[in-house]
Design a binder for this molecule. Structure first.
Ligand code: FPP
Length: 245
């Protein structure tokens, strides 16, 4: 009689969507006696490495918190430096990202951005709209509370116009009115630099995300750190409020 073939233990699935709060650029620069903007510049190298690592780790969506709605309060030179880095990143990387099958989406309040950045974003989104290997979501001038407030406003307008019955408002309708419509909620949110808070990032969408806080500063974060976070995620038991039995 032939022996039953033991089926290999099923490996837990990798996170489909990873969202990252890239924190610690300023401290990285300060530790070296450099201006803060050099820390951000070094942070772009980490962005490049992490974007490239996603495919091999089975990640299909990557959201990066590049500039929060609160970051407008930083000194004008730092804001201008960050905007320059975003321009450079999109201009320099667009060809490579487009041919690697990366779709680019930008979430946040575009009305505060310079006209040329708005144009560049539209070009990047349009050129990569059909790509499906990885969706790279850049959160720019983004705040989770603002996003929920504008969703409420849009829903209230439909109620006031008589096209939506308030009894029909549910989580799906709210989610459909967020900037992230069509993007699955993040399975894993990573924050670097040792700080342990969400800082207004994907507040609605992270309701059931696993959170991983990494002590490294963002410019020091790389492929092996992302792989380690994915491994830790795969060892976690996600219950979504259920008992797990
Ligand atoms: C937080 O570090 C980081 C930011 C506010 C900006 C992140 C931006 C980049 C990594 C570069 C541009 C991004 C892309 C997608 C091309 P911090 O300045 O608050 O650091 P600190 O807490 O040590 O001061």
């Amino acid at each position: 009689m032939s022996q039953p073939v033991a089926s290999p233990a099923l490996e837990p699935a990798p996170p489909r969507h990873v969202a990252i709060i890239m924190d610690g650029n300023g401290r990285w620069a300060k530790a070296r006696g450099l201006p803060r903007n050099l820390g951000h510049r070094q942070g772009v190298d980490a962005v490049r490495e992490v974007v490239r690592a996603c495919r091999g780790l089975g990640i299909q969506y990557l959201t990066l918190y590049a500039f929060s709605s609160e970051n407008w309060k930083r000194p004008q030179t730092e804001v201008a430096g960050l905007m320059d880095l975003l321009r450079l990143y999109i201009r320099r990387e667009l060809n490579e990202l487009a041919s690697a099958g990366v779709r680019i989406r930008v979430i946040g309040d575009r009305s505060r951005l310079a006209a040329d950045i708005i144009e560049l974003i539209a070009e990047a989104e349009n050129r990569t709209a059909e790509n499906r290997i990885l969706t790279l979501v850049i959160a720019l001038s983004y705040g989770g509370q603002d996003e929920i407030v504008s969703a409420c406003r849009r829903i209230a307008e439909r109620v006031a116009a008589g096209t939506l019955d308030p009894d029909r408002i549910d989580a799906d309708i709210v989610a459909a009115n967020l900037h992230t419509t069509g993007i699955p909620d993040p399975d894993l949110v990573i924050r670097t630099s040792g700080e342990q808070r969400l800082s207004n990032f994907l507040l609605w969408q992270s309701a059931y995300s696993e959170l991983i806080f990494v002590d490294k500063l963002w410019p020091d974060f790389g492929q092996s750190d992302l792989a380690a976070a994915v491994g830790e995620f795969q060892r976690r038991d996600r219950r979504y409020g259920g008992s797990g039995d």
